[in-house]
Design a protein around this ligand. Structure first.
Ligand code: G1P
Length: 285
């Protein structure tokens, strides 16, 4: 999970708090994404972060002192919440010293892999993909076709230049397409399709070799998209699972607020009151 960014869109808060720890109701976005990885069978989480953002990794460590206090006070529900993150998955850190791009960040995790790891799932903590479960579907597709499998959303063409975009052909399965090429942040008229990458990648280990061979691309950064495109050009099978559900972009305050409201409306404790308040607030405009 790449989590080294400066979070400039959340300044001034991100002077002191990593954006990955901002609460969606009461739970940091990064825990929601880690839970998704764990549900799909991941046992280890490599958080690629900067030396200044140690708090992100700390979040996944047990807090014995706090747990003892909560246990003594009989706060069982809170105790359960405090233990939930560390119990999900074994988190470890890889350091990205400089923000040289998503491709560079993923490359920083290579040293944490063992010989047994033949693939790696990359989850961008800014992207909440709903309902959860797309990674499991992606693993099925990798088992069937081999190679690498990414998650795609069909997005409106006018928004396409914010994404990595796929050039695809159909397969026998409705939700699976074979990828012929991939380009990072094309203009709408140059985009090969409206199928965009949205923060879930199941990548063959071969990607690390490709990452060593790419040059800086869009925005002057080392792009994961370009490494995937290089693999495709060398005959490596790449497919996408087209996810028809919803998603939230936690990477900017506007998207984050929508996610927070969406989750809060579903929350048994806060939902009913929020719903009434929102309706009343909207009637005032
Ligand atoms: C990154 C990737 C892009 C992908 C997007 C999904 O871009 O480079 O290919 O479509 O995440 O959110 P970023 O949003 O970091 O500019």
């Amino acid at each position: 999970m790449p989590a080294a960014g400066l979070g400039t869109r959340f300044l001034p808060t991100t002077k002191a708090v990593p954006k990955e720890l901002l609460p969606v109701v009461d739970t940091p976005g990064i825990e929601l994404v880690a839970a998704e990885a764990a549900e799909a069978g991941a046992q280890r989480l490599i958080i690629v972060t900067s030396p200044e953002k140690q708090a992100v990794t700390d979040y996944f460590q047990p807090q014995p002192e706090l747990e003892r206090t909560l246990a003594e006070r009989g706060k069982d529900a809170l105790l359960e919440k405090v233990r939930r993150g560390p119990a999900l998955i074994a988190a470890e850190t890889a350091i990205q010293e400089k923000a040289l791009g998503l491709g560079h960040a993923v490359g920083c995790a290579e040293g944490n892999l063992t010989d047994a790891d033949d693939a790696v799932a990359v989850l961008l903590p800014d992207d909440l993909v709903l309902p959860r479960g797309v990674l499991t579907r992606m693993a099925e597709v990798r088992a069937q076709h081999g190679g690498s499998v990414l998650c795609a959303f069909d997005v409106p063409r006018e928004q396409i230049s914010a994404y990595g975009v796929f050039d695809v052909t159909d397969t026998d399965a409705d939700d699976v397409k074979r990828v012929r090429g991939m380009v990072e942040k094309p203009s709408p008229d140059e985009a090969p399709s409206t199928f965009a990458a949205v923060g879930r990648y199941l990548l063959d280990r071969a990607v690390f070799d490709a990452l060593r061979r790419i040059e800086p691309g869009a925005g002057g950064e080392l792009q994961l998209t370009d490494a995937v495109a290089l693999l495709i050009s060398e005959g490596h099978p790449v497919h996408v699972v087209v996810h028809r559900g919803g998603r939230h972009d936690l990477g900017n305050p506007g998207g984050f607020l929508k996610a927070a409201v969406d989750f809060a409306l579903e929350d048994p404790e806060y939902g009913p009151d929020l719903r009434d308040w929102l309706a009343e607030r909207m009637s005032r405009s």
